[in-house]
Write a protein of this length. Structure first.
Length: 429
């Protein structure tokens, strides 16, 4: 079976790139296969989870869950500080055990420390900060817990990426998906389904996977903070935080403004469309990046990789738009009659999804270049976020959900243009 898949992928590669597949590419495709398997199981579970929660709760309560999830993603940026990305970048470049132990231990100590500090900070000032997100203090407090557990989950899974243990990562990722289904099932059997049950199910899965991975990689952990690596992490992480804020904030900002100018009900509708299109693309991009980033970080010359990505773009754009539209239609029907189907809105989400995928691939390629790449990606992200914020304040009050997704699409399109303008300076300098 594995040999048959290898032959098929080799043949597809030769058709697209018109060259024989190398050992390095074969190894990359094998790891990508592991990631697709594990992340695929997790995705099926997550899609089932989202649709079940959406159908049972309805747009209003589902919107509350979406807000908790969205705000938590914002909060976790301050907890993780780009450290895990730096860990993957530098850890993937090294093969010796002692250096990897210093890198991983330092990352764990820094992230755990700042996670606890910011958890306390957000709790103390929750009443004030919650107003910034246009939500109640209750929703914000649930977001803090969600953010803390999401942070340590990301930290632990990124350790496996830095060690190139993709097969093991795939198993844990699949386990995460199964855990959220089991947890939600228990709540449903007890007839206590609510937005809080949805949040608790995911938090439980995050925490358990973090504990299991930490026990698994315990030989790489110590209580020693290496000053050399701490300095490199903070230097790289500062720029990563800025670019991550911009990248993460764009879709979340749209949901927050929909909540501000429209209603929680509309947030639920918007997220059903978002999850069925952009969510699919983000899952596929994350699966690819899981293997791509640590692999490409090992290579000094990125020009050949850039050329291959450019060859893939026509297939991604043409095929991607129609595939996403089809998946979106299927998922929206699964959400139920409370979530009306609007074909024009579906096309807008499909096009925006592809812009996000292209932006993500090029960004991570540039990030693998170290400080030179991260600085320019950060510059591009700031421009993209600024444009999105400006357009959203104008478009959403006038065009409602159409304005939200158009603002997002325009922002990422401009972001892609910025990256194309900067690519020679980044990769060929």
């Amino acid at each position: 079976m594995e040999k048959s898949i290898s032959k098929i992928t080799s043949r597809i590669y030769e058709i697209i790139f018109r060259e024989k597949i190398s050992f390095g590419i074969q190894n990359f495709i094998q790891n990508l296969g592991y990631a697709v398997f594990g992340y695929g199981i997790a995705a099926l579970c997550m899609f089932g989870f989202q649709i079940t929660v959406g159908r049972f709760l309805g747009p209003e309560e589902y919107g509350k869950y979406v807000l908790v999830d969205s705000i938590a993603i914002c909060l976790q940026i301050s907890m993780i500080l780009g450290i895990s990305t730096a860990m993957v970048k530098y850890g993937a470049e090294r093969n010796d055990y002692e250096t990897q132990k210093k890198i991983i231990s330092t990352s764990y100590l820094i992230v755990c420390f700042f996670s606890l500090i910011f958890t306390l900070f957000f709790n103390i000032f929750s009443n004030r900060i919650s107003r910034f997100f246009f939500v109640s203090s209750l929703i914000f407090r649930f977001s803090i817990i969600f953010a803390l557990l999401y942070t340590v989950y990301i930290l632990s899974t990124d350790v496996l990426r830095s060690l190139h243990k993709i097969k093991k990562l795939a198993i844990y990722r699949a386990g995460f998906g199964l855990l959220i289904i089991v947890a939600l099932g228990i709540f449903m059997l007890n007839k206590s389904i609510s937005f809080l049950a949805a949040v608790s199910s995911i938090c439980f899965a995050y925490f358990l996977i973090f504990i299991l991975i930490t026990l698994d990689i315990r030989k790489y952990l110590s209580f020693h903070l290496d000053k050399f690596w701490a300095y490199k992490f903070f230097r790289y992480g500062i720029f990563t935080v800025v670019s991550t804020i911009c990248f993460v904030f764009l879709p979340i900002f749209s949901k927050l403004l929909v909540n501000k100018y429209l209603s929680t009900f509309d947030v639920g509708i918007y997220n059903a469309y978002y999850f069925s299109s952009v969510g699919i693309i983000i899952f596929l991009s994350e699966t690819f990046i899981t293997v791509f980033f640590p692999t490409v970080s090992k290579y000094q010359n990125k020009e050949s990789i850039l050329r291959k990505i450019r060859q893939l773009m026509p297939y991604l754009i043409v095929g991607g738009i129609f595939i996403i539209f089809t998946i979106e239609w299927i998922f929206l029907n699964l959400y139920g009659a409370k979530y009306p189907i609007n074909y024009f809105l579906m096309w807008l989400f499909s096009f925006s999804s592809i812009f996000i995928a292209i932006y993500s691939i090029y960004s991570w390629l540039f990030l693998s270049e170290g400080m030179r790449g991260i600085k320019l990606v950060t510059f591009s992200a700031i421009i993209t976020a600024s444009i999105n914020i400006f357009i959203s304040f104008y478009f959403i009050p006038i065009f409602a959900l159409y304005g939200a997704i158009v603002s997002l699409g325009i922002a990422y399109f401009i972001g892609i243009a910025c990256l194309f303008l900067l690519k020679k300076k980044i990769l060929l300098a």
